[in-house]
Write a protein that binds this ligand. Structure first.
Ligand code: HEC
Ligand code: HEC
Ligand code: HEC
Ligand code: HEC
Length: 157
């Protein structure tokens, strides 16, 4: 064969060889088919234990009632009832044992995550959320100076 045919051929063979070598080194030993179906059982076996040991970060609003009855009661009657306590207060799995005081985030940005006036399509449920324009709505003051976060219908004195 002519050299201009052979040269690219060796390069191609070399590249394929390198790919196989890299696969041999990089793919973990326990990666493969674990079960009878290739479609659903092609995975890394060690990943099962990794997910089992994944630390839980949230405890859910129902657990707060034991110690914060008043807040839970107010919250349950309010338009914010669908918003989990930990959505605003952060993960609380180790509260109150390790972290006695969960941080109180009073920044405007915390509320604007949900209430910023963005151009959602009307078909989206998100467009029903009451929205404000940051620059025009009571600028620079914390939202909670006027709105009670646990029941935003209420004014704060
Ligand atoms: C076993 C009781 C207990 C549970 C359950 C509990 N807390 Fe607390 N929490 C406390 C104690 C004790 C404090 C310390 C301050 C106090 O006494 O109010 C505290 C403080 C807080 C604070 C800070 C209050 C402040 O004035 O700085 C927040 C916010 C809070 N908890 C939210 C929550 C949320 C949200 C949940 C549910 C995910 C929850 N807590 C579950 C006992 C509990
Ligand atoms: C929409 C966000 C939001 C949600 C949802 C929310 N909080 Fe709060 N929470 C706040 C903010 C902001 C403050 C600080 C208010 C302030 O200082 O004026 C606060 C204050 C607190 C405090 C300390 C002051 C107080 O009122 O006693 C506790 C305790 C608390 N929240 C518990 C809860 C619990 C329990 C839930 C769920 C039932 C919950 N929060 C849901 C935003 C939220
Ligand atoms: C995780 C999303 C989320 C966050 C964060 C959030 N809200 Fe809301 N807010 C909602 C939802 C959902 C409603 C209820 C919408 C409805 O169904 O009417 C609502 C309703 C309101 C309303 C309208 C109450 C009425 O009169 O009906 C105000 C005001 C409000 N929120 C203020 C705040 C403030 C202030 C904060 C920050 C402390 C905040 N929100 C944080 C989701 C959120
Ligand atoms: C100085 C007090 C004040 C501050 C600070 C303030 N608000 Fe308001 N907010 C009001 C008043 C009063 C209204 C009702 C009249 C109006 O729309 O101006 C209102 C209305 C709203 C509404 C519309 C409620 C509805 O039913 O449509 C939302 C949502 C809202 N505020 C969220 C926020 C958020 C989020 C922040 C912080 C980024 C914030 N507000 C800061 C006083 C305040």
């Amino acid at each position: 064969m002519k050299r201009h045919v052979l040269h690219p051929l060796w390069v191609a063979v070399g590249v394929v060889g390198l790919i196989f070598l890299a696969r041999l080194v990089l793919v973990p030993d326990d990666f493969g088919v674990h079960g009878d179906s290739f479609t659903y059982n092609y995975y890394r076996l060690g990943n099962i234990d990794e997910w089992k040991n994944f630390p839980v970060k949230y405890q859910g609003s129902d657990t707060c009632v034991e110690c914060h009855k008043d807040n839970v009661r107010t919250h349950r009657r309010s338009p914010h009832k669908r918003v989990q306590c930990e959505n605003c207060h952060g993960p609380a799995a180790s509260h109150p044992d390790d972290i006695e005081y969960l941080p109180l985030n009073r920044e405007r940005a915390m509320c604007l995550r949900c209430h910023a006036d963005l151009d959602y399509p009307e078909s989206s449920a998100r467009s029903n959320l009451p929205a404000i324009v940051d620059r025009h709505h009571k600028r620079r003051r914390e939202c909670v100076t006027c709105h009670n976060p646990h029941d935003p219908r209420e004014d704060v004195e």
